[in-house]
Design a protein around this ligand. Structure first.
Ligand code: ADP
Length: 227
């Protein structure tokens, strides 16, 4: 469960507010699309959830964790519950597909045996079982993004944040990525997606939260996005 109660964020005293009294309730296993013009506050909202930024005021509770009471030493534990995928993939160029995904487990001390078990299973979910040994540069943009998704879900997060994951992709590859997000959501992960792609938003027929100038303009169960 994600709960934001009257959350505001101002980056500086003299600047404007990036978010103004945002209240939002997201149930476990929901698929929510966040839309809004550039500068509306979407990234700020996601950064508050991953604790890259702290709110100026308001309450944030994610999976029973009240962010006000969260110590810095607990942030890594929080981040394991939240997988993040970005527009620009952020893969390690000198590692294979398998190694890129395995690395997310190595750094938290998972045994080699468990890694050998888990990584192929996750690559299967994203449809890349036969690309284990490929290098990122040998893959299409859509395949690279699916590696990034595999890496984000390999620790079995409760929430997956996908920030403009299709921004660099052509329509066919964009849909491959969206289908993977839907599959992960079916398996029980809450998905938060930001996108500027109207076609994707309107075909998905999911909950759409529209942010305008740091405020929630609308929140619709089967929303659409029309500029
Ligand atoms: P979006 O993701 O919807 O494009 P952002 O959350 O990035 O919007 O930005 C919301 C507002 O906050 C914008 O006015 C932007 O200039 C400002 N902003 C974002 N990040 C910072 C920062 N690190 N320092 C100061 N202002 C920022």
């Amino acid at each position: 469960m994600i709960l934001l109660d009257r959350v505001s964020k101002a980056y500086s005293k003299k600047g404007g507010t990036a978010l103004e009294r945002i209240s939002l309730h997201i149930e476990p296993k929901e698929f929510v699309i966040i839309v809004g013009a550039s500068g509306a506050g979407k990234s700020t909202l996601l950064k508050l959830l991953t604790r890259e930024e702290k709110p100026t005021s308001g309450k944030i509770i994610v999976g029973g964790i009240d962010y006000e009471r969260l110590h810095d030493r607990d942030v890594p534990r929080l981040r394991r519950r939240i997988g993040v995928v970005f527009q620009d993939f952020k893969l390690l160029p000198n590692k294979t597909v398998y190694e890129n995904v395995a690395f997310a487990l190595e750094i938290i001390g998972v045994s080699t045996k468990e890694i050998r078990n888990t990584v192929p299973r996750v690559l299967d979910i994203v449809g890349l079982k036969d690309k284990e040994k490929s290098m990122p540069l040998e893959l299409s943009g859509g395949e690279r993004q699916r590696v990034a998704i595999a890496r984000a879900i390999v620790r079995q997060p409760k929430i997956l944040i996908a920030d403009e994951p299709t921004g660099n992709l052509d329509p066919k590859h964009a849909w491959d990525v969206i289908k993977v997000l839907e599959k992960i959501n079916r398996y029980g992960t809450t998905v938060l997606l930001t996108t500027h792609n109207q076609d994707i938003v309107n075909k998905l027929k999911r909950r759409v939260v529209t942010i305008t100038d740091g405020k929630i303009q609308s929140d619709e169960a089967r929303g659409s996005y029309n500029l």
